[in-house]
Design a protein around this ligand. Structure first.
Ligand code: ATP
Ligand code: MG
Length: 288
């Protein structure tokens, strides 16, 4: 998918990579960091190696390892070394994209920090591996993800250019969902986007939903309406879809005494009004 409304960020990223700088893309989940990087890297004819930052990303996984069976027969020869993603990107002058950098264990992070400042890596029994021209590390970080953010900040920021990716504008989010789900009623779809954006402003909510909540909620409502044989604008269909798409995505403040269901229902009623069956005086049929 082409990245929508990120012209400045795309230009900056392209310029940073051309200049050989390393980059940190910093923004909440779902703000288009991976989409932007994929688009920019697709126009560069270099390999793109992706690693997911998590506790299992040990230095050996990132750098590579000697194949134990081959070491027995051939010894520690260079051709017995199985390149990990870092060495693969370094040798080929490619891009190493590390998602969720703040979840990478300390010792693995130290390897990355060294590569960023030295432009090479020393691997025991293999020797020095220099980074070929074009190699860059691009890291994505989520500012709400407190795990380890403080410990890496100064060393990391000193070695990277930072591109901030805030939430998309309302216009951009409407375009993103319209591109993905062109069918449903546009006015209804825009209201679903509004509802998702409202989760980022609600006083009980600490972290609201990204545009992914709108993409899922709309997709779900379309299918649910089809199954029930009702229009997608059906009030109950929208509420059920909004709850399924949003209650797991939002994070309430610890001090809040409400449930995610209550908060999403309140936001839904604010955007779509209250249950039309109730205002018709038919009594409450209950939510199905
Ligand atoms: N500016 C944009 N243009 C087009 N699509 C977008 C844009 N922003 C987000 N999206 C869509 O929203 C979804 C999430 O985007 P993406 O995966 O790029 O976010 P991210 O910032 O990498 O999230 P995370 O931090 O969780 O990895 C994708 O389906 C993507 O297509
Ligand atoms: Mg991503």
């Amino acid at each position: 998918m082409r990245v929508i409304d990120r012209e400045l960020e795309a230009e900056l990223l392209e310029a940073a990579l051309r200049s050989g700088a390393h980059v940190v893309l910093e923004g909440p989940p779902g703000t288009g960091k991976s989409t932007l990087l994929r688009q920019v890297s697709s126009t560069r004819h270099v390999p793109f190696v992706l690693v997911e930052g998590n506790a299992e990303l040990t230095p050996a996984r990132l750098v590579g390892h000697f194949d134990p069976a081959l070491v027995l027969s051939k010894g520690y020869q260079p051709d017995v070394f199985v390149d990990g993603p870092l060495i693969e990107a370094m040798r080929s002058g490619g891009l190493l994209y590390v998602e969720e950098l703040n979840r990478v264990p300390e010792e693995t992070l130290n390897v990355l920090l060294t590569v960023m400042s030295e432009g090479e890596i020393a691997v025991p029994r293999l020797g020095r591996v220099p980074a070929a021209p074009g190699f860059s590390l691009v890291a994505a970080m989520n500012p709400y993800d407190a795990v380890g953010t403080a410990r890496i900040s100064s060393a990391l920021y000193d070695r990277t250019c930072r591109i901030a990716m805030g939430y998309q504008s309302e216009d951009a989010e409407q375009q993103i969902v319209a591109t993905r789900s062109p069918d449903p009623d546009p006015e209804w779809r825009d209201r679903m986007v509004r509802l998702v954006r409202d989760t980022r402003e609600h006083p009980d909510i600490r972290v609201g939903s990204s545009v992914r909540g709108a993409l899922d909620g709309i997709g779900l409502a379309v299918e649910l309406a089809g199954l029930r044989g009702v229009p997608v604008t059906d009030w109950k269909v929208g509420l059920v879809a909004a709850k399924a798409a949003l209650t797991g995505r939002i994070r309430l403040h610890e001090s809040s005494s409400r449930t995610p269901e209550e908060v999403v229902t309140e936001l839904y009623e604010k955007v779509f009004g209250t249950d039309p069956d109730l205002s018709n005086g038919e009594g409450s049929p209950g939510e199905r």
